[in-house]
Design a protein around this ligand. Structure first.
Ligand code: ZN
Length: 261
């Protein structure tokens, strides 16, 4: 079975910054998709902000097992209807991986429901990622820790809900630490946040980072068919209850106009 993945890229820094373009001539999304495609079990394509419906039509999302998201400069340009569509896909079982500054993207903030704020510094300092969960499938084949020579610092506190699992913790040369690999379950969908990936450094060319992303796609893949109706509420009046019950008390929504309980 092949896992169908889309790497979504904002595709702005690559177009207007020479440093970014030199590291990522095919875009961050192109580099990440190529890294995923070295795994024959993954078939990764790309989509960008600039495409119609940001390249994420209803039909395309329906056929996608895992969506990866890199955004930074234009979170507010992402159309709310597409964000709704993405969240519904996650709730019904699509896996989703948020990369680096996607911590402030509309879909991540919607799925977390919290501020998602953090502290940051751009000083090209060393980051050391420690595996906090040795037996987690996302850490398969990785050393106990690995370094990225130049990265942006993200520091705690990170304004996200307590995760299901903390897979990585980062230490930065300047002294801060950060929970840099976090898993969540949202509805039937598995969500992974992975911190590294500042656009002016060649992070996505790093072999360990690429291994994490491939492992994460496998982890986030849900082989079950999508069940879209878990987000649809429905009124079950007393006469249609599975067991016989007596109607007691007022029925506020009896005119049928309101279907929320
Ligand atoms: Zn950054």
């Amino acid at each position: 079975m092949t896992i169908s993945a889309i790497v979504w890229g904002e595709n702005i820094h690559e177009q207007n910054n020479r440093d970014v373009a030199s590291h990522y001539p095919d875009g961050l999304h192109g580099c990440i998709a190529a890294a995923l495609n070295t795994d024959t079990a993954i078939e990764a394509t790309t989509a960008t902000l600039q495409e119609a419906e940001h390249g994420l039509t209803e039909d395309r999302l329906a056929e996608t097992d895992v969506l990866l998201w890199w955004g930074h400069a234009a979170h507010d340009q992402v159309c709310d209807a597409v964000v709704d569509r993405i969240c519904e896909a996650v709730w019904s079982g699509m896996g989703m991986i948020f990369l680096h500054s996607a911590h402030f993207s509309k879909p991540f903030k919607r799925l977390m429901g919290t501020s998602c704020n953090l502290t940051w510094r751009e000083a090209g300092e060393r980051e050391r990622l420690w595996i906090a969960n040795r037996n987690h499938p996302i850490t398969k084949g990785l050393p106990d820790s690995f370094e990225l020579e130049n990265e942006e610092m993200y520091g705690e506190p990170f304004g996200v809900p307590e995760p299901l699992e903390t897979v990585f913790i980062s230490w930065f040369q300047g002294g801060e630490v950060f929970r840099s690999g976090l898993t969540y379950k949202r509805g039937a969908g598995s969500v992974f946040y992975f911190r590294p990936g500042h656009e002016t450094y060649p992070t996505y060319h790093d072999g360990n980072v690429q291994a994490v992303l491939r492992n994460a796609v496998h982890w986030a893949f849900n082989p079950q068919p999508r069940v879209a109706d878990i987000t649809v509420g429905r009124n079950v009046p007393a006469e249609r209850a599975p067991e016989t019950i007596e109607q007691r008390g007022p029925v506020l929504h009896s005119d049928g106009k309101l279907d929320a309980g």
